[in-house]
Design a protein around this ligand. Structure first.
Ligand SMILES: Cc1cc2nc3c(=O)[nH]c(=O)nc-3n(C[C@H](O)[C@H](O)[C@H](O)COP(=O)(O)OP(=O)(O)OC[C@H]3O[C@@H](n4cnc5c(N)ncnc54)[C@H](O)[C@@H]3O)c2cc1C
Length: 486
């Protein structure tokens, strides 16, 4: 125990934070005689919030089991800024094409449509803020954090076969599995992939699919792992004469280390984000006959997020058509923020350490590609603003002559990739619904003692980024759970 406390102190000293939570680096370090009121499986965005909020009651002892290593520090947000002519051109565009691309001073004011300064969860020290730094860093000795450890299953405790307060965990497939029972509840916060994987391995899922893998079915629920949704993005490149954003990475690292300034302060080197809402008579609705999938007039259909201006090809996870090597391009993603396509997370083995099967289902619904098509057209309209005359000449990807629906679709199906804002694989639904995984109180349907609190509970993807909504639902869930036990 003393060694663990000393280790924690050492780690915390690095981040100048007075954390009293106790860190264990593997299951073998966990003391045998400990009892926990709550066990949180997964210490990411949602799990970090839940653990910290529940631990505000000093009577509650909380264990967080996290597959990765943990870091501690401090949290905040910033609208970081780098000086570049592209910023000015976008500002001019917001004047010139104000109907489609109005200036937006604060994209988080509830109506994000327009050209806005990007906001980041980066603190005053130019370091990433997270729920580990914002929440877990401020907890006390009643929180234990066990890292490098996988939750393999949740299990019924006692005689009630649906009271899932027991957690099974292990460092890796070769290590022995250990078990602990929470005195009050288990909260699964493994994220949009980890959570359905844990539930399915536990026998909570589709009966036929689990039986086919030899997993005993404890709770029949065909919705577990289904409804997985991610936003779909497409790379675009525009030829430009604007100076590039390339920089010497070694020098930038030195600058960041010494002064916490310079290009490495920002995840991208351009400062803006653009949210576009298609008009009611846009082709997907007027010609395609589709219903608007979004929540209403303040919800964007499309986002543009800019990465760099460079002659270097962009780093991508998909094969993109080759581009001329000596051409400077503005490199950005056009994103359909609210797709209606659905994918799934499923198992292909009863081994909890085997990778799950992830089917993104991108562009499986025609509406999604119809909207992404309009995203390309809208971006081209943006660069046709008088402000960009002489600075942006033509579309490189997709090529300028790719304009018809058919040609655009062929390009989009080649480059479509997930925007990494996955949700929905353990969706919340009304208590008596024939679909869904958790009830409105975050309880896994058909169980007691077991809740899910993470991005997997959103039935549809928010028309924006997902980190903040996860903080929101995790705060709500924490208040609800704490209220029930106080
Ligand atoms: C590369 C990337 C960049 C992103 N950038 C942004 C951004 O700029 N803005 C934004 O708003 N959103 C961003 N997101 C999305 C955002 O990070 C997620 O929506 C959010 O973190 C989801 O929170 P969560 O609690 O559901 O899952 P997570 O934060 O992923 O937490 C899940 C945790 O559970 C752990 N875990 C999983 N399985 C197990 C297991 N079996 N046992 C123990 N632990 C387990 C994982 O290690 C992880 O720590 C990004 C996502 C990615 C992948």
């Amino acid at each position: 125990m003393l060694r663990n406390i000393a280790l924690t102190a050492l780690i915390l000293a690095c981040f100048e934070v007075a954390l009293a939570a106790i860190l264990f680096e593997g299951p073998e370090q966990l003391p045998r005689d400990q009892h926990y009121d709550f066990i949180v499986a997964g210490g990411g965005t949602g799990g970090g919030v839940v653990a910290a909020r529940l631990a505000e009651n000093s009577q509650f002892r909380v264990l967080v089991i996290e597959a990765g290593p943990s870091r501690n520090g401090r949290v905040s947000t910033s609208a970081a800024y780098s000086i570049h002519p592209f910023n000015d051109l976008l500002m001019e565009t917001s004047n010139e094409l104000s109907d489609e691309f109005p200036l937006k001073l604060d994209m988080n004011d509830g109506s994000p449509i327009g050209i806005a300064w990007n906001q980041f969860t980066i603190d005053h020290n130019a370091e990433r803020s997270s729920s580990a730094t914002a929440y877990l860093a401020n907890t006390g000795e009643n929180v234990h954090i066990l890292v490098n450890t996988y939750v393999t299953r949740v299990l019924p405790a006692g005689e009630n076969g649906t009271d899932f307060r027991m957690v099974e965990f292990s460092a890796n497939s070769a290590s022995p599995r250990k078990r602990l029972t929470a005195r009050k509840e288990v909260i699964v916060s493994g994220g949009v992939i980890g959570t359905p994987q844990i539930l399915l391995n536990s026998g909570i899922g589709n009966q036929e699919e689990l039986q086919a893998l030899g997993i005993s079915v404890l709770v029949r629920n065909p919705s577990v792992g289904k409804n997985f949704t991610d936003q779909v993005s497409a790379l675009m490149l525009m030829n430009t004469t604007i100076r590039d954003t390339d920089f010497d990475r070694d020098a930038a690292l030195t600058e960041w280390n010494e002064t916490r300034t310079g290009p490495l302060v920002l995840p991208n080197h351009l400062n803006h984000i653009v949210y576009v809402r298609l008009p009611e008579d846009a082709p997907p609705f007027s010609k395609g006959g589709f219903q608007d999938p979004t929540a209403g007039k303040h919800s964007p259909h499309i986002e543009y997020v800019f990465s760099q201006i460079s002659t270097h090809p962009p780093a991508t996870v998909v094969d993109v058509p080759p581009t001329p090597s000596d051409v400077t391009t503005i490199q950005f993603l056009a994103v359909n923020l609210h797709p209606v396509s659905r994918g799934s997370v499923s198992l292909n083995s009863s081994d909890p350490f085997a990778h799950p099967v992830i089917d993104l289902g991108l562009l499986s619904e025609d509406l999604d590609i119809a909207i992404l098509r309009e995203a390309v057209r809208s971006a081209r309209r943006m660069y046709s603003a008088p402000a960009f005359e002489g600075f942006v000449s033509q579309s490189i990807l997709p090529a300028a002559n790719v304009t018809s629906d058919e040609d655009l679709d062929a390009y989009l199906r080649t480059v479509a990739s997930p925007f990494l804002h996955g949700v929905g694989s353990a969706a919340m639904s009304p208590p008596n619904a024939s679909w869904g995984v958790v009830d409105p109180d975050f309880r896994v349907k058909g169980t007691s003692g077991l809740r899910v609190v993470d991005a997997s509970i959103f039935p549809t993807v928010p028309s924006g980024h997902t980190q903040v909504p996860v903080y929101g639902i995790a705060e709500l869930a924490s208040a609800l759970i704490a209220g029930e036990w106080t």
